[in-house]
Ligand binder design. Structure first.
Ligand SMILES: [Zn+2]
Length: 75
């Protein structure tokens, strides 16, 4: 008997698309929407979480770093 149990990888289940309008890339990070807005504009007002793709997460990080020079928050 072959037990076919392809381990269900919950983490890979349907990644949410990036919240930035016009992007829609696969998200790699989730931020609280309020946080995300500190670094990114044009975010739609949906829900409380903001999935971001790699590029936009980088962009956000850069933007927030400039906003407050006390960087090094433990994210
Ligand atoms: Zn994006």
């Amino acid at each position: 008997m072959s037990a076919e149990r392809a381990a269900p990888s919950e983490e890979e289940a349907a990644p949410e698309p990036c919240l930035v309008p016009g992007c829609g890339a696969e998200s790699v990070r989730h931020l609280a929407l309020a946080e995300a807005r500190k670094g990114l504009e044009h975010l739609p007002d949906t829900g409380r979480r903001a999935p971001l793709c790699k590029d936009h997460y980088k962009q956000w990080k850069k933007a927030t770093k400039q906003a407050r020079k006390l960087d090094r928050l433990t994210w």
